[in-house]
Write a protein that binds this ligand. Structure first.
Ligand code: ASP
Length: 290
């Protein structure tokens, strides 16, 4: 298989048809941005951060600039990034008002001895990050459009760099009207996101259901037990469907650059980039026609 390679999703949900084209353009751009980071010598972690950053910058998804309000009308976002080879990750939860939680999650991964930060501690860390010049924040302009996805929505990514190192990540605001302080699967290691030296996964769907089956770690464990990433995706969605009332999906990659995906919602916009270009994109993706 070709390395580096990247697979990006825009959430397992239902998107209004009017926006399908711009959603595909956005996820293709995100996949290309991540690929180009790796083509320039960057790591899989660089690719995941830059790719998710691009999606957070649009207002098409309930993440980043398009984040939805909770029950109190506040915006609280979650994100996680995991480096499979280091078996290390950074996650931020219920952070108020920032556009790019994925960069704060990267900061947690690279610059702190901890893995998960929430609430006022996360805000303080964010201020440190900006003051240090580690990353810049976008201007805090939000468009308060009616959400394009009908319910919950998340963006996610798995990348494999030229060394065969895997990283995965996710960014979300959960669903409109969620309880203040609610955390879904996305920033929880092993549930929404997982990666080791063999494979990585990024999940999407109803967080309360994905958490019950610890879906990301489960999917990687299937690969450890000898199945392909594509079969691991199918089996994980099957468990989600059989054991919970949830719907959802996931994307995966292994260290050879083999890719997988599965979902049981109407849409899960997905783009794959390798060899310097977008190799595939679809609102209703299928790998190998399955
Ligand atoms: N899993 C996310 C959450 O529950 C939402 C989504 O993936 O659409 O926060």
């Amino acid at each position: 298989m070709t390395l580096p390679v990247i697979i990006v999703h825009g959430g397992a949900t239902v998107f209004k048809e009017l926006h399908h084209e711009e959603i595909l353009i956005a996820i293709e751009k995100a996949a290309l941005t991540g690929l180009s980071a790796m083509d320039k010598g960057g790591s899989a972690v660089d690719a995941v951060e830059s790719s998710i950053w691009v999606l957070e910058e649009t207002d098409l998804f309930t993440a980043g600039r398009g984040a939805c309000e909770n029950l109190d009308g506040d915006i609280e976002v979650d994100a996680m990034i995991m480096d499979g080879n280091r078996l290390d990750s950074g996650a931020v939860m219920a952070v108020r008002d920032i556009i790019h939680p994925i960069s704060l999650a990267r900061y947690v991964l690279e610059r702190t001895p901890v893995m998960q930060i929430v609430g006022t501690g996360a805000t303080r860390l964010y201020n440190n990050m900006i003051a240090e010049g580690y990353r810049k924040e976008s201007e805090l302009l939000r468009t308060m459009n009616i959400p394009i996805a009908h319910e919950n929505d998340t963006v996610g990514c798995v990348a494999v760099d030229s060394n065969g190192h895997i990283a995965s990540g996710s960014s979300t605001s959960g669903w409109p009207g969620k309880l203040p302080g609610r955390i879904g699967d996305s920033p929880i290691i092993g549930s929404g996101v997982y990666a080791n030296e063999l494979a990585g996964a990024s999940c999407t769907g109803k967080g309360e259901q994905i958490l019950r089956i610890v879906m990301g770690r489960m999917a990687v464990a299937y690969v450890e037990n000898g199945v392909t990433v594509q079969e691991a995706c199918h089996q994980s969605v099957r468990v989600l469907r059989d054991r919970t009332p949830g719907e959802g999906g996931l994307i995966m990659a292994d260290y050879n650059g083999n890719l997988g995906l599965a979902f049981d919602t109407p849409h899960m916009p997905t783009a794959i980039a390798k060899d310097g270009k977008v190799a595939y994109s679809s609102m209703t993706p299928a790998i190998n026609g399955k």
